[in-house]
Write a protein that binds this ligand. Structure first.
Ligand code: FAD
Length: 283
């Protein structure tokens, strides 16, 4: 449980962190909250030559809300997303999901950027940012924006290049009438998601005008539940329509199987929890 030797640098700016990434992309690891990286080093699952601590970079911090977008710096901690009253007013799903992450110790150190970049298939934020139709800002080879639904590529694998870092999460400010829900079945030991489903619904004249679903915990990576939202658009949110959408989503997902939850159990959770999340908006 002792990491291999590494150099440690505390980056004071984004430019400095990017400089080190470009200098040695394969031998460098960024350190945010350290909640995943430190255990990974201790188990020697990663043996980087250099750790670049990004914790002091001011431009990666904080939550800014404008008329059009919510911009969340990559270093924003889960606890800040839970505590922000301003954020709760415009997008209460952040506090709802943050409150389901592990325990106060984890929430006080873990960052949303670290969680997204790490792409643990059981992490909560990936489902939430997909449902919010967020864009992720990646800096390193210039600046590019990747839709959250395209960011998660495989288990612990994202669209990030080795010379890039995630700097911010940019969420379109939810329009009036758009409502979100997050439901999660937690692993009893770690708190990670066996299933997490984030749902956004906009009802207009009794019909679904817009819908979005993000899922985590059930497959190799978080994904968008398009098969369900496509079937809901333009219809009333009746129990029958919701059940049909949830059934399609469950049947069209290739679920993970592990010693705690079989693929069949996860498929069943997709059906029941998606249904429950959608019915929170009334039938
Ligand atoms: C006991 C325990 C329980 C947990 N339970 C949950 C849970 O219920 N739900 C949940 O969602 N999470 C859970 N977590 C994970 C935790 O919430 C952290 O979000 C997660 O560990 C990563 O965030 P971090 O800031 O600690 O990142 P770090 O550990 O510092 O980094 C993780 C990885 O991301 C890379 N990285 C970090 N920041 C960036 C960036 N800005 N750009 C590019 N790459 C970057 C690092 O190089 C590293 O590879 C748990 C963790 C622990 C230890």
């Amino acid at each position: 449980m002792i990491p291999a030797a590494f150099d440690y640098v505390r980056a004071s700016s984004l430019e400095e962190a990017i400089y080190f990434l470009h200098k040695d992309p394969d031998g460098t690891k960024l350190l945010a909250g350290g909640h995943t990286l430190i255990p990974t080093l201790k188990l020697r699952l990663a043996t980087p030559a250099r750790l670049v601590d990004i914790g002091g970079i001011a431009e990666l911090q904080g939550i800014q809300i404008t008329d059009r977008v919510i911009r969340i710096g990559a270093l924003t901690r889960h606890a800040e997303l839970l505590a922000s009253n301003e954020l709760r007013e415009v997008a209460p799903i952040f506090s709802r999901a943050a409150n389901r992450i592990a325990d106060p110790q984890v929430r006080n150190r873990g960052t949303i950027g670290g969680s997204l970049a790490n792409a643990d298939p059981a992490a909560d934020w990936p489902a939430v940012v997909i449902a919010l139709k967020a864009e992720l800002e990646l800096v390193g080879n210039g600046i590019r924006h990747v839709a959250a639904r395209d960011f998660f590529v495989d288990i612990f694998t994202t669209a990030l290049e080795p010379t890039e870092m995630l700097t911010a999460i940019i969420v379109p400010r939810p329009v009036s009438g758009m409502r979100f829900a997050y439901r999660k079945i937690r692993h009893p030991a770690s708190g990670y998601a066996i299933l997490g489903v984030a749902v956004g619904i906009h009802l207009k004249d009794g019909l679904v005008a817009d819908a979005s679903i993000g899922l985590t915990g059930v497959a190799n990576h978080a994904f968008e539940g398009r098969v369900a939202t496509d079937t809901l658009i333009g219809k009333p949110l009746t129990t029958a329509n919701v059940e049909e959408a949830a059934r399609l989503l469950s049947e069209n997902t290739e679920c993970l199987s592990d010693h705690y939850a079989s693929a069949a159990y996860r498929a069943s959770l997709i059906k029941t929890e998606t249904r429950r999340a959608l019915l929170e908006f009334g039938s």
